[in-house]
Ligand binder design. Structure first.
Ligand SMILES: *[C@@H]1O[C@H](CO)[C@@H](O)[C@H](O)[C@H]1NC(C)=O
Ligand SMILES: *[C@@H]1O[C@H](CO)[C@@H](O)[C@H](O)[C@H]1NC(C)=O
Ligand SMILES: *[C@@H]1O[C@H](CO)[C@@H](O)[C@H](O)[C@H]1NC(C)=O
Ligand SMILES: *[C@@H]1O[C@H](CO)[C@@H](O)[C@H](O)[C@H]1NC(C)=O
Ligand SMILES: *[C@@H]1O[C@H](CO)[C@@H](O)[C@H](O)[C@H]1NC(C)=O
Ligand SMILES: *[C@@H]1O[C@H](CO)[C@@H](O)[C@H](O)[C@H]1NC(C)=O
Ligand SMILES: *[C@@H]1O[C@H](CO)[C@@H](O)[C@H](O)[C@H]1NC(C)=O
Ligand SMILES: *[C@@H]1O[C@H](CO)[C@@H](O)[C@H](O)[C@H]1NC(C)=O
Ligand SMILES: *[C@@H]1O[C@H](CO)[C@@H](O)[C@H](O)[C@H]1NC(C)=O
Ligand SMILES: *[C@@H]1O[C@H](CO)[C@@H](O)[C@H](O)[C@H]1NC(C)=O
Ligand SMILES: *[C@@H]1O[C@H](CO)[C@@H](O)[C@H](O)[C@H]1NC(C)=O
Ligand SMILES: *[C@@H]1O[C@H](CO)[C@@H](O)[C@H](O)[C@H]1NC(C)=O
Length: 733
């Protein structure tokens, strides 16, 4: 025996004596249990942080050690909870843990246990709770788990477990909570699950489980939550195998999303009278919504998006609070008889047609409304005035709404996104939008709005995205007595309008959001991430000459597109304050004088298009140092002198410099054929650009970086085609 063992041993005697003499023998640590614990601790690497704070020299009763619970009478260790203790090691088959034969609860959740689950876990036959959830176990679940026939709770979620579920699993009939979520199981479920009489929570989401819908599971009236989400289950779903009366069914939450289920949504869904949430999105369901769904009086969330459903939407859905029907083929809805309770309604990308459904205006507390990508027509609904005070998102993009936008936004204090792009709206922007202090996004792209530049929007404190592209806006951007703030703006696209006038040198100096250099671990980043506008909104912009759809707006994307207007004069020097800018497009205007040298301060710049202006002088050599700059276009100006030598310049297409008769140094870029001066025939320009745009398209679709939108069309930005594309611009129907 070593000294420390002696000490430790006498420590135990003393502590036993103290316990025996000073207090009734509630519980005290048995030596074998204590040794097993200490040896268990020794199986894991220790460092300064000492994750398991037990030690030999400590004389306290091991029943008081962190995470240890003993039986009051026998002193046996019955529970070990090492939740959130960084073990950084694996559990060996001969681990001393398995000497703790009286364990009932074993909770190693978030302890980052590695390796496989040893088969000797099956020796701890008294276990009722096993929680090994979170991030590093591998391999298969041992068949011996079937020996744990007292088990009630088994949580193995968020590991890298794989393979199949052992047959012995069906032994565990006392289980009321099973979670295997987010692992790599490639398995079918046991064909008969009707023996799990006590099962309440069953979660196998985010694995590769396959096979048919587990009918037998749904014969259990005890079920409360079932998630099969994110697997490879196939075929139809049905709930006919239920022998219990539906008033006994406890099921409240059913997640079947993101599988390969198909066929009809069965009428038998109404067996689960207590259902509150039902997620069937991202499958291949066909047919109509079953009428029986009206029996589910407690249902409040329904997501059917991204299926092949069609027909009429029954009015019983309008008493739910969240209804997501996007990306289906629904064509009409039954009008509700009374007031509806809907708070979030997403009808995006269906085949709805006709005028705006007026019953939506009767909805009290409506917050999210997305009708985009349908065939709605007629006037923009003034009756929305009634629900405007609760609306946070109004998204009507890509329909055929016409007429003027009514001035109904005075009370829209919650409104964050206002997207009416790609309709046939005309008239002016409603001035009452100035009251929408929460506004983050205004997108009226591709309408026929005829108004002056809305400088007044510059005072909105949270406006991040302003898109006025392809309308009939006119007049100067700058007014002497209006100071334009736009302090929160991240993306502004006012291209293809009739804006004119000059921009004073200081014009951009108040655009704080684009000015501010972002530290990598700035708490500000967390703010942005919570910014739901950047989750929910899609947007289309021309990136590198290609019309690109952003399924979501990237939070740190910063862009200015003023192209295709008639703005003239000098490029404002204050641009160089916008240090976070990724895209700058000033092409197709009348800018004169030189390219400001300070543009080289925009170190994040990826796209720079100054083509089709009247710029003169040299291209600043310092631009050659911008290593992020992957696309640039200086064509059709009066630039002269040598092209900067940086690698990014050498990678450009020859046409990026064409039509600048006095530019030289293009041999490497254009090849011998087109050495100085860089002048080309229009046909050649077209051919080359087409080639290049295809390349750019591929890069955008598959490349990393910020521009990971979806290419939906090609726009030619060379001056010849500029006019052409503007004149023939359709409304992208
Ligand atoms: C042992 O634990 C006690 C109390 O938890 C602590 O005060 C002591 O520093 C520890 N000793 C060692 C060697 O870690
Ligand atoms: C885990 O242990 C390994 C050595 O076995 C060590 O390199 C690594 O840094 C440890 N990880 C943590 C998070 O302590
Ligand atoms: C577990 O039980 C098996 C057989 O019942 C035995 O062979 C094995 O040694 C036990 N393992 C441990 C760690 O106790
Ligand atoms: C467990 O087995 C390994 C060899 O597989 C051995 O090195 C180790 O000492 C054993 N541990 C215990 C606690 O028996
Ligand atoms: C494991 O312990 C943590 C922390 O005490 C707790 O939040 C979690 O619910 C426990 N796991 C189970 C399955 O009870
Ligand atoms: C689990 O599956 C994911 C996705 O298929 C894969 O990226 C990961 O490498 C797999 N993990 C293991 C340990 O096989
Ligand atoms: C499970 O993962 C391990 C590595 O963690 C791998 O060796 C084994 O082939 C995988 N088994 C299956 C069935 O995928
Ligand atoms: C568990 O199941 C296996 C295989 O189905 C069976 O052989 C074993 O006897 C069962 N164990 C218990 C404890 O029921
Ligand atoms: C499954 O994975 C998806 C995508 O990674 C994630 O959004 C979802 O929250 C996961 N579900 C569960 C239950 O972990
Ligand atoms: C969905 O079903 C249709 C026919 O009903 C089939 O053509 C299509 O391939 C299915 N899609 C998927 C992703 O299974
Ligand atoms: C705004 O709300 C107030 C009080 O609720 C109401 O009197 C007023 O008419 C509303 N204004 C508009 C433009 O709807
Ligand atoms: C631009 O960068 C240069 C050097 O990197 C610096 O001297 C100059 O002050 C910067 N200009 C502005 C407006 O930030």
């Amino acid at each position: 025996m070593t000294r420390s063992h002696c000490y430790c041993f006498s420590g135990i005697i003393i502590s036993l004596l103290i316990h025996t003499l000073a207090s009734p023998p509630l519980h005290f640590c048995l030596p074998d249990q204590r040794d097993a614990l200490l040896e268990f601790k020794d199986e894991f690497p220790t460092d300064e942080s000492d994750p398991i704070p037990w030690n030999k020299s400590s004389s306290t009763d091991c029943c008081f050690w962190k995470g240890v619970t003993c039986d009051d009478r026998s002193g046996q260790v019955i529970s070990l909870n090492l939740f959130d203790t960084l073990l950084n090691g694996s559990l060996k088959t001969n681990s001393s843990l398995f000497r703790l034969q009286y364990l009932r609860h074993l909770n190693f959740s978030y302890s980052y246990l590695q390796g496989e689950i040893p088969s000797s876990l099956g020796n701890l036959s008294r276990l009722t709770l096993v929680d090994l959830s979170h991030n590093d176990l591998v391999g298969q679940v041992p068949a011996s788990i079937g020996n744990l026939n007292k088990l009630q709770v088994m949580s193995l979620g968020q590991n890298n477990l794989n393979g199949t579920i052992p047959i012995s699993f069906t032994n565990l009939t006392k289980l009321y909570h099973i979670s295997l979520r987010s692992n790599n199981f490639t398995s079918t479920l046991p064909s008969d699950m009707s023996g799990f009489h006590s099962l309440e929570h069953f979660d196998v989401s985010n694995n590769s489980f396959f096979g048919p819908f587990p009918k037998s599971l749904f014969s259990l009236p005890s079920l409360q939550t079932v998630s099969l989400e994110g697997n490879q289950f196939t075929g139809p779903i049905e709930f006919t195998n239920t022998s219990f009366s539906s008033s006994l069914a406890k099921l409240e939450d059913l997640f079947l999303a993101s599988n390969k289920f198909d066929g009809l949504i069965p009428q038998s869904i109404s067996k689960f009278l207590n259902l509150q949430t039902l997620y069937l999105q991202n499958n291949n369901f066909t047919g109509t919504i079953p009428r029986s769904i009206s029996k589910l009086a407690n249902l409040y969330v329904l997501d059917l998006s991204n299926n092949m459903l069609e027909g009429e939407v029954p009015s019983c859905l309008w008493r739910l609070t969240t209804v997501t029907l996007s990306r289906n083929f629904f064509s009409s809805f039954e009008n509700p008889l009374q007031e509806t309770l809907i708070q979030a309604l997403d009808l995006n990308s269906n085949s709805f047609r006709g005028p705006f459904p007026r019953w939506i205006c009767k909805t009290r507390g409506l917050s999210f409304l997305d009708l985009s990508n349908n065939l709605f027509n007629g006037l923009f609904p003034p009756c929305l005035r009634n629900s405007i005070d609760s609306l946070t998102d109004l998204i009507l993009r890509n329909n055929s709404f016409s007429g003027t936008l009514p001035d109904i936004f005075a009370n829209a204090t919650e409104l964050r996104s206002f997207d009416v792009s790609r309709n046939q709206l005309e008239g002016k922007l409603p001035k009452s939008l100035i009251n929408c202090k929460a506004l983050q996004l205004v997108n009226v792209e591709s309408n026929r709005i005829k108004d002056v530049f809305p400088s007044w929007l510059g005072s909105l404190p949270s406006l991040h995205v302003l898109i006025l592209r392809s309308n009939e806006f006119y007049g100067p951007l700058y007014h002497l007595n209006v100071s334009v703030g736009f302090q929160s703006l991240r993306v502004i696209d006012i291209s293809h309008n009739d804006f004119t006038g000059t921009l004073p040198p200081h014009w951009f100096s108040n655009w704080r959001e684009m000015t501010k250099m972002r530290e990598e671990d700035d708490p500000y980043m967390a703010d942005i991430i919570n910014d739901s506008v950047f989750y929910r909104n899609t947007m289309v912009m021309v990136i590198k000459g290609v019309e690109t759809s952003f399924e979501r707006i990237q939070q740190d994307f910063r862009a200015i597109d003023f192209s295709g207007n008639m703005i003239y004069g000098e490029i404002p020097e204050s641009l160089c304050y916008l240090k976070e800018l990724h895209l700058l497009n000033l092409s197709g205007n009348g800018f004169t004088r030189g390219i400001p040298r300070s543009l080289a301060n925009l170190t994040k710049l990826e796209t720079l298009d100054l083509s089709c202006n009247k710029l003169s002088g040299q291209i600043p050599q310092s631009l050659g140092e911008l290593s992020s700059l992957s696309y640039m276009n200086f064509s059709s100006n009066f630039l002269e002198g040598p092209v900067p030598r940086g690698t990014q310049f050498q990678r450009q297409s020859c046409s990026s410099f064409s039509n600048n008769p006095r530019l030289f140094g293009l041999e490497e870029i254009c090849g011998k054929r087109l050495s100085l001066p860089a002048r080309q025939q229009p046909e050649e320009v077209l051919e080359e650009e087409e080639h290049m745009f295809n390349w750019v398209a591929a890069a955008i679709a598959y490349g990393p970086g910020l521009f990971c939108g979806l290419v939906i069309g090609h726009i030619f930005t060379s001056c010849y085609h500029e006019r052409w594309s503007k004149k023939t611009q359709s409304h992208h129907k």
